[in-house]
Design a protein around this ligand. Structure first.
Ligand SMILES: [Zn+2]
Length: 219
């Protein structure tokens, strides 16, 4: 009673993970015999990626980057929330210690988190998180309201949400301090299309961020 049967076959779901891992190790070693040895020495990624937890948007794969190139933070709907100690810790470490050159917020069309925020349904604890996206709707209510087609409206909200998260980045003291550096990190807002696999730059203008400097700016 209560003992774990070690002779039981591996859960077939987990077999997928271990087999996949062994095959990946083999493939990597074939391509580059010192791949793992070099990675073990340390990391100096150029990019911080802030993306959605959605299983269809894997950071390294969609950007064609290798382990070691990208520091990654993912949460539901790629949010930059100022009370999120996890996000702030990742951001501070990436910017101040790793000295990443680019901080990239990546949203994606077909985002379930964004769609849930657009609806009036309750989903449980996550509703508190989704309120941050509802704030984006409030800020851009007029523009969103003018879009009749529901899918188009959702797509636009995905884009606007990315823009607002880039603005949220620029409000943090971490980014504001980093901007005083001779080579400050660049902030970017991108959107990923699940249907095509294409990443598109939303060209979030630093001018747009500057517009709010009189409110959020800190010396
Ligand atoms: Zn998503």
């Amino acid at each position: 009673m209560g003992t774990i049967n070690n002779s039981a076959p591996l859960d077939s779901g987990m077999e997928r993970i271990f087999n996949g891992n062994r095959q990946w190790v083999e493939r990597k070693r074939e391509e580059d015999p010192e791949f793992f040895e070099r990675r073990a020495k340390g990391q100096s990624p150029k990019y911080l990626y802030i993306g959605c937890s959605d299983s269809r948007v894997p950071a390294n794969e969609i950007s064609g980057t290798e382990p070691g190139e990208m520091f990654v933070h993912r949460n539901i709907a790629n949010m930059v929330v100022h009370t999120d100690v996890n996000l702030l810790s990742v951001l501070q470490y990436a910017v101040e210690v790793l000295k990443v050159k680019h901080v990239i917020v990546v949203g994606h069309y077909g985002c379930g988190g964004v769609a849930a925020a657009m609806s009036d349904k309750q989903f449980g604890l996550i509703d508190n998180w989704l309120t941050n996206i509802k704030d984006v709707i409030r800020i851009h209510e007029e523009e969103l309201h003018a879009i009749e087609d529901e899918e188009q409206r959702l797509r636009r909200l995905v884009e606007l949400n990315v823009v607002e998260q880039v603005i949220n980045l620029s409000k943090t003291s971490i980014i504001q301090n980093a901007m005083k550096d001779p080579e400050p990190p660049q902030l970017h807002g991108l959107v990923y299309d699940l249907r095509e696999g294409i990443l598109r730059d939303l060209h979030v203008q630093t001018k747009l961020i500057k517009r709010y400097e009189h409110i959020y700016g800190m010396q």
